[in-house]
Design a protein. Structure first.
Length: 193
């Protein structure tokens, strides 16, 4: 397996991130229009119910709690992604962190829930979602965590066939974990001085 980004500097990682998200957005829009048509695609983005938003918050808190618990109580070597997240988010401003998390959450959920899950179902969508995150494939704990997260996001989508539920949960999870990582890195840097 290739190094999956270890040889790239932070600016190249960002470029790859934006290019990937552009491709995902184009695939999501084209796939959604082809699969659902214009009106049904718009319906995927209708206003979610308060109960749906409650489930969204619960899923986000659960995933963040599990992730932080794994980071705090399990060996680091079980979760090492090659320090890509550290290099990507470590020097990023708060505003850029928010932008990245919003774009990633929106584009990935539109493609995976709004397009792929619509014809492949949640199980296979979660398998595909897990497999495309190739940098995690050598770490069974990360594979299981990513699959569970994807499956929960798929269940949110299936709850009322509304994309805002998994999009909001994905953004909340990514944003919280990115800010947590930045906090940990800042704290480590302060201890090293």
């Amino acid at each position: 397996m290739r190094d999956h980004g270890q040889g790239l500097d932070s600016s190249m990682l960002m470029l790859n991130l934006w290019l990937t998200q552009a491709v995902v957005m184009v695939l999501a829009a084209a796939g959604s229009l082809w699969l659902h048509g214009w009106q049904s695609t718009l319906a995927l983005f209708s206003r979610p119910s308060p109960a749906g938003m409650g489930w969204t918050m619960l899923v986000a808190v659960l995933v963040v709690g599990i992730s932080i618990g794994m980071e705090r109580f399990l060996p680091e070597r079980w979760q090492d992604d090659g320090s890509i997240n550290e290099r990507l988010f470590g020097q990023m401003s708060k505003l850029m962190t928010i932008l990245v998390c919003v774009v990633v959450g929106f584009t990935e959920e539109w493609l995976f829930r709004g397009v792929i899950q619509s014809f492949a179902g949640n199980l296979w969508t979660s398998v595909i979602f897990t497999l495309i995150h190739t940098r995690y494939l050598r770490k069974p704990l990360l594979v299981a965590s990513l699959f569970l997260t994807s499956w929960l996001l798929g269940e949110l989508y299936a709850y009322e066939w509304n994309l805002w539920l998994p999009i909001a949960a994905h953004i909340l999870v990514d944003l919280t974990l990115a800010f947590y990582l930045q906090y940990i890195l800042k704290r480590r840097k302060g201890e090293g001085e």
